[in-house]
Ligand binder design. Structure first.
Ligand code: KDG
Ligand code: MG
Length: 402
C-alpha cells in the first residue's frame, strides 16, 4: 500500500478545524485532526508545503518511521505547529492501519481495559447561584464529573465566562478581545464558589476547576490549600509549566490533586513533572502531543509514576481527535478521565462518528479504524473564518496569561 494523496481541509462549522485526509492507492483513507486554535493556517502551510510532499509514495503502515521522519528528520523539532501537523498525520495513519486490519483502533493498542469512559462536562455561571444551577443541570444529564468556572465580581468576562450577550470566547474576523484580570479578587472568590457547590451538589459528583495558567506557585499553593475541604477531583493549569520546578512549591503545601499539560506537545514537556510526581493528571491530547503514537508514549511513561491520563477535549479538539483520544482512553491502563465539552450540530454533521455518549460516559464504538470521517461536502459549506482567542491584562494594563 502507498500514500497517493494528502488533503488538508479547513472548515468552520461554528469554529475552525484543520483536518488531514490521507488517501492510499488501495482506496483506504484515514483522517486526522491538526487544529491549533487561533493559528490554524500555520499548520495548513506546514502540512501542505513541508509534510505532504515527503509522504507521497510512502508505505502508510510505517507509522513509527514516518513519525520519526517528521520529528527528527525536520531538525526543527517540537512546538505546537510542528506537533499538530505530526499529530494529524499520525492519527490518519492509525486510522488506515486499523481499517486495513479490520479492527477498531483500540484493539490494535491492546484491547479494552474498561467498558466505558468517564468524562467531565463544563458548567459555568456569572454568579455563584448560576454556577450551582449549571452544575446541577449537568448532574441531571448523567455526568458524574463537572468542571465549574465562575465569574469574579467586578469582571465582565474571564476564562470560561463570556461577556453578556456573547456566546463564545472566539471572535470571528476581528482582532483578539482584551479581558481584565485580578488574581487577588479571583483567589478571594473561588473558595466561596466551591463551598456553596459542595453544600448544594453534595459529595457524589466530582468537581474540577481550571485556573487557566493565571497563578504563581505560591498563589496556586494557597488556592489548593483553601479548596482542600471541598475535595476537588483536580485543580487544573494553576501555573504555566515553562518552569516545571515551580510545581514543587505547590506540592509542599496542598493535597488538592494537580492536572496539567493541555498545551504540552511532547513527552519532554511533561518529563520532569511526571518523574518528580508533581502532577496527578497529564492532560496531553492526541491533536497536540503527536497523535496516538505520542499519547501512548507519554501515558505509558506516566503510568510508572502513578500519574493518570486526562485528555484535553474542549470544542477546539475536533471530533476526530476526540475519537482518537477515546480509543486510547479505552485501552490505557492508567486512565483518569476524559474532558468532553460537546460540539455544535454542524460539527457533528461534518464529522460522522462512531463514538457515542451515554450520560457522563463515552465509548469509541466498534467501527473499524478510529471511526470518525469527514463529509467534505458539508465542510465546503463552512469556509474558514479568521478567529482569535482573547488576551488578558491586569487592571493596570500589564499583559497577563489568558
Ligand atoms: O484553545 C484553548 C482551549 O482549548 C482552552 O482554553 C480550553 O483550557 C481549556 C480546557 O481545559 O478545556
Ligand atoms: Mg484547561
Amino acid at each position: 500500500m502507498k500514500i497517493k494523496e494528502i488533503r488538508v481541509i479547513v472548515a468552520s462549522p461554528g469554529r475552525n478545524f484543520v483536518t488531514v485526509k490521507i488517501i492510499t492507492d488501495e482506496g483506504l483513507h484515514g483522517i486526522g485532526d491538526a487544529t491549533v486554535n487561533g493559528r490554524e493556517k500555520a499548520v495548513v502551510a506546514y502540512l501542505e508545503d513541508h509534510v505532504a510532499p515527503c509522504l507521497i509514495g510512502r508505505d502508510p503502515m510505517q507509522i513509527e518511521d514516518i513519525w520519526q521522519y517528521l520529528y527528527r528528520g525536520a531538525y526543527w523539532r517540537r512546538g505546537p505547529i510542528t506537533m499538530a501537523a505530526i499529530s494529524g498525520i499520525d492519527m490518519a495513519l492509525w486510522d488506515i492501519k486499523a481499517k486495513a486490519a479490520n479492527l477498531p483502533l483500540y484493539q490494535l493498542l491492546g484491547g479494552a481495559s474498561r467498558d466505558k469512559i468517564m468524562c467531565y462536562a463544563h458548567a459555568q455561571g456569572r454568579t455563584i447561584d448560576d454556577v450551582v444551577e449549571a452544575v446541577l443541570a449537568k448532574k441531571e444529564q448523567g455526568y458524574v464529573a463537572v468542571r465549574a468556572q465562575a465569574g469574579v465580581p467586578g469582571f465582565e468576562s474571564i476564562y470560561g465566562i463570556h461577556k453578556k450577550g456573547k456566546k463564545k470566547n472566539v471572535l470571528e474576523g476581528r482582532l483578539p478581545e482584551e479581558e481584565v484580570w485580578s488574581t487577588t479578587k479571583y483567589l478571594r472568590h473561588i473558595p466561596k464558589v466551591f463551598e456553596k457547590l459542595r453544600d448544594v451538589v453534595g459529595w457524589d459528583t466530582h468537581l474540577l476547576h481550571d485556573a487557566h495558567h493565571r497563578l504563581t506557585p505560591i498563589e496556586a499553593a494557597r488556592l489548593g490549600k483553601e479548596l482542600e475541604p471541598h475535595q476537588l477531583f483536580w485543580l487544573e493549569d494553576a501555573v504555566p509549566a515553562e518552569l516545571p520546578e515551580g510545581y514543587r512549591l505547590i506540592r509542599q503545601h496542598t493535597t488538592t490533586p494537580i492536572a496539567l499539560g493541555e498545551v504540552f506537545n511532547t513527552i519532554w514537556d511533561a518529563r520532569q513533572l511526571i518523574e518528580e510526581q508533581l502532577i496527578d493528571y497529564i492532560r496531553t491530547t492526541s491533536v497536540h502531543a503527536g497523535g496516538v503514537s505520542g499519547l501512548r508514549r507519554i501515558f505509558d511513561f506516566a503510568s510508572i509514576y502513578h500519574v493518570r491520563t486526562a485528555c484535553h477535549g474542549p470544542t477546539d479538539v475536533s471530533p476526530v481527535a476526540m475519537g482518537a483520544n477515546l480509543h486510547v482512553d479505552l485501552w490505557v491502563p492508567n486512565f483518569g478521565i476524559q474532558e468532553f465539552s460537546g460540539y455544535s450540530e454542524a460539527t457533528h454533521e461534518m464529522f460522522p462518528h462512531a463514538w457515542s455518549q451515554d450520560g457522563g460516559f463515552l465509548h469509541p464504538g466498534e467501527a473499524i479504524g478510529h471511526g470518525v470521517d469527514i463529509d467534505e461536502a458539508v465542510a465546503a459549506k463552512h469556509p474558514y473564518k479568521r478567529a482569535y482567542l482573547p488576551v488578558n491584562r491586569l487592571e493596570d494594563g500589564t499583559l497577563w496569561h489568558w
